[in-house]
Design a protein around this ligand. Sequence first.
Ligand code: NAD
Length: 456
Amino acid sequence: MYNIKEIIEKQRLFFEEGRTKDIDFRIEKLKILRRVIIENEQEIMEALKKDLNKADFESYETEVGLVLEEIKYTIRHLPNWAGRKRVKTPLTHFLSRSYMYSEPYGITLIMSPWNYPFQLTIAPLIGAIAAGNCSIIKPSEYSYHTSAVIDKLISENFDEYHIAVVKGGREVNKTLLEEKFDYIFFTGSVPVGKIVMEAASKHLTPVTLELGGKSPCIVDETANIDLAAKRIVWGKFLNAGQTCVAPDYLMVQSSVKDKLIHKMKEYITEFYGESPCNNVDYPKIINDKHFNRLLSLLKSGNIIFGGECNDKTNQISPTILDTVTWDSAIMQEEIFGPILPVLEFESLGEVISVVNKHPKPLALYLFTNDNEREKNVIKNIFFGGGCINDTIVHLATSYMPFGGVGDSGMGGYHGKASFDTFSHKKSILKKSNLLDIPLRYPPYKEHLKLLKKIMR
Ligand code: NAD
């Protein structure tokens, strides 16, 4: 249905005209994007409601609002980021100046998942526009309604030769990945990330991979247990656990386990009521496949809270699972749903050792009031990023890059990091013609002695 080759060809011709290199052009497009989102905020939130039953508050907080903030920040800083940067020049290059130019890659492919289907499509697009690229966006087929709104908003307000949306499933993805792009930005699962990287390697296309994994949440005996319980419940059950950086599992020091679980139960009831599956604001699981996968994971331990489900609405209530071990089925895959398995520990050393035996997580959360333990965890566990005494919120900022490491991905974005991700840094040394020091030219004679004095 889509003639992908033709879209790419049109984008390439447009890119070669050079209009996207103009900063005013980029700012104008970012302003249009911002206006279109504001004007269609309600339609976007309705689509998110249909796809995931997200409450308007959650949709604004984690999707629409986040993206608007990011556009505003980018517009404000873009002239500075995009300008030529003068850097120091070593003495060996006497009488020259060094500059770094940020230039767009060209045609970029942005592939996004279904869990935050608006934000995870538009946030990378902001970086791509800001850096002066053309983009083909491929949203997830599972978040059908949101993908349709994105398609409508983009096609009505942007030229296809600058930004195009391609919808569809596996076949469309395959066809897209056969083409040569200048950059691929992929957000999704680890297995599909590998497929994307393999396809990109055929064209030596650089990639950013924003993947997932099992993000630990650690609570030690010095933590403020009440606040920890509240913030863990919020972060875990936001979007019914379908968040890439959700606390996947809980590791709690034995001495505070009962107190923490007691408090978490209280907060779940306070936030979602006695019957979360009848709460109009409680999100649903995206589709039957994931719903059934999660139901089978409920058997991995002893349900000490929740465990109710509604197979008509695909909702599963916030659930806490006890008597779980590292061999349990739920510990073998990313949960991506509202089930929190609880493991106990005696010493922090155990935690560091066991987490490091597993793939590097996307996020890690530590609840503690002990500065030494905080330093120990940050220094000795590999993970993408995280919070001390909170969950999730480290990604909701334009001031720090967000991304994974190892199995949880490569590259980062948000704020300036998005601009940098979508820009090639072209380094230029400009030499003066006033003086030409003969040192580097053969015959070298005694030049080495002098060189050694300069280069040491
Ligand atoms: P997914 O990997 O199944 O799909 C992501 C995208 O890839 C979609 O556009 C989909 O259409 C496409 N795709 C699916 N199968 C494909 C194939 N065989 N070949 C080519 N393309 C294919 O991921 P998902 O289920 O949509 O999202 C959930 C995963 O995404 C979780 O692992 C989660 O942790 C991760 N995630 C990561 C982040 C992050 O920022 N790091 C954010 C959200 C989700």
